[in-house]
Write a protein that binds this ligand. Structure first.
Ligand code: ADP
Ligand code: GLC
Length: 475
């Protein structure tokens, strides 16, 4: 099947979080299964630099009066996967991030920038013959592509089905109603039965309302978003659409995330040959200026620093960590408030290291070098870092929610335990989970069993890609 996979970030070209990882790994997994997938994303400068064999193949005019829009066909840097880059120099060729300016503020024209991405995708249904490839199914992802099913409907008469995947319902892509004519949509769409959401336009709502089918990235999150706990105001609509809503857990690209051949880490290791893990821990303690103590339980975290990720719970349990003789390393970027609080705590304790940066390579060394991985997220649609931590023999400490609940097995699993799971996002329960983790760490046999179980769990993309394939075909 000809499937157009549309996303606002794709690893290794541009990535800010898990969406990039998924967009980089799911399409190749579908290609392995025989599907004809192309990945569409904006032609950000980093994408233009890294993509190979670039050729402009389609002129799309100037639909938003922001200058010319065109399509560049290209290849991924290190695979044969085909890319379609949506080029608009005035919208995408800028310094800064895919969503934000260098100072952290959102780009003021994000409503146009991402409307253009969806417009270009939908336009392929009409002009695909020019490039000899017309999508038979559209796969949109998160609010940045939420207008795609609306364009298919209002501009093209629903030429093919559209699947919409929710990676995070808390980013709603909300803009004032006045933008509707600017993005070439009729007022008819501005309705509760449409893309209206709390007296504004929401690109997320558009995706949820107009798509033929909705998926999200774990089964538990698919349940949670039909309730006020995680529905973020969309729970009514999602409950109405529950027969068109499926939870499919994300996978891991084990080419990129595997301690047996990871080029970023100090020493390689695998189950049965674990010597390298200790070397990774020592190297990490050295790199971050932590006391070089093999016995001190070292906790790690790699994360966007936002409310979602439960940073406040970590801050509240630092006294427990200190009492247990633990060390902590956090790599992250995000809201100034959390960045500053974390830096203050690191300055006050020799056992805490905080790096405010986005560093792919260091993220691998932290996940390999730590003993345990912290993920006390308040909600978590899937979460990928806990899956990486499992593979690297770094048992995760997680809140029982969303994908964390579906992928980490706590003490209740007995001999099949892979990590430490607590039931409510409150500091007392995180503190108890840290005590439980350190206690297990100090009992060698028990610890080795937990570590080995996690390393042997298989979250490769193959199974989930097959589930997507079945769903595409049913649509
Ligand atoms: P989310 O998508 O909510 O941010 P995930 O766990 O699904 O959470 O994915 C996060 C991805 O982003 C992982 O690949 C993680 O390693 C990466 N990441 C997050 N923050 C950083 C950082 N500061 N440096 C390097 N990688 C990061
Ligand atoms: C989102 C979610 C995260 C998920 C990722 C990829 O950013 O916060 O839980 O793993 O998307 O689907």
């Amino acid at each position: 099947m000809k499937i157009l996979f549309v996303a606002s970030e794709v690893y290794p070209l541009v990535k800010t979080g898990g969406l990039g990882d998924v967009a980089g790994a799911l399409p190749p997994a579908l290609m392995e299964l025989g599907e004809d997938v192309r990945i569409m994303m904006p032609a950000y400068p980093q994408a233009l630099d890294a993509a190979r064999n670039k050729k402009t193949v389609l002129d799309l005019g100037d639909p938003f009066s922001t200058g010319p829009l065109s399509l560049i066909s290209a290849r991924m840097p290190s695979s044969e996967a085909e890319l379609l880059l949506v080029d608009s120099p005035s919208l995408y060729r800028r310094d800064g991030g895919p969503y934000q300016q260098e100072n952290g503020d959102e780009w003021l024209d994000n409503h146009i920038r991402f409307a253009a991405l969806s417009h270009a995708a939908a336009a392929l249904s009409a002009y695909g013959s020019v490039i000899g490839w017309t999508p038979e199914l559209f796969h949109a992802n998160d609010w940045q592509t939420g207008l795609l099913p609306a364009y298919l409907r209002f501009h093209h008469g629903n030429p093919a089905k559209c699947l919409y995947t929710i990676h995070n319902l808390n980013y709603t892509g909300r803009f004032p109603a006045e933008i509707l004519p600017q993005v070439n949509l009729p007022w008819e769409a501005y309705s509760p039965d449409g893309l209206e959401f709390h007296d504004a336009v929401s690109y997320m709502k558009s995706g949820l309302y107009y798509a033929d089918h909705i998926t999200t990235v774990s089964r538990t999150y698919a349940q949670e978003i039909q309730t006020p706990f995680a529905g973020n105001g969309f729970e009514g609509l999602l409950l109405d659409r529950s027969s068109s809503l499926t939870g499919i857990v994300n996978g891991v690209d084990y080419q990129v995330w595997n301690p047996a051949h990871d080029p970023h880490i100090a020493a390689k290791y695998q189950p049965g040959r674990m010597g390298g893990k200790q070397a990774c821990k020592t190297a990490l303690q050295q790199e971050l200026g932590l006391p070089e103590d093999p016995k001190a339980p070292l906790f790690g975290m790699v994360s966007r620093l936002t409310e979602q990720k439960g940073i406040d719970l970590i801050l509240d349990t630092l006294p427990t960590l200190e009492r247990l003789g633990g060390q902590l390393v956090i790599l992250g970027t995000g809201e100034d408030y959390w960045e500053q609080l974390l830096l203050d705590r690191a300055a006050a304790s020799p056992n805490i290291a905080v790096k405010i940066a986005y560093q792919e390579s260091l993220s691998h060394r932290i996940i390999a070098g730590c003993d345990m991985f912290m993920m006390p997220s308040r909600f978590e649609p899937c979460g990928l870092t806990q899956l990486y931590a499992l593979k690297y023999g770094t048992p995760p400490v997680v809140h029982r929610t969303g994908g964390l609940a579906d992928t980490v097995r706590g003490a209740g699993a007995g001999p099949d335990q892979t990590g430490f799971v607590f039931d409510d996002a409150v500091p007392e329960l995180l503190a108890a989970a840290l005590e439980e983790a350190v206690d297990a760490f100090n009992h060698r046999n028990k610890w080795d069993n937990i570590v080995t179980n996690g390393m042997q769990d298989d979250y490769s993309w193959e199974n989930s890609a097959k589930t997507y394939q079945t769903l595409y075909r049913s649509l």
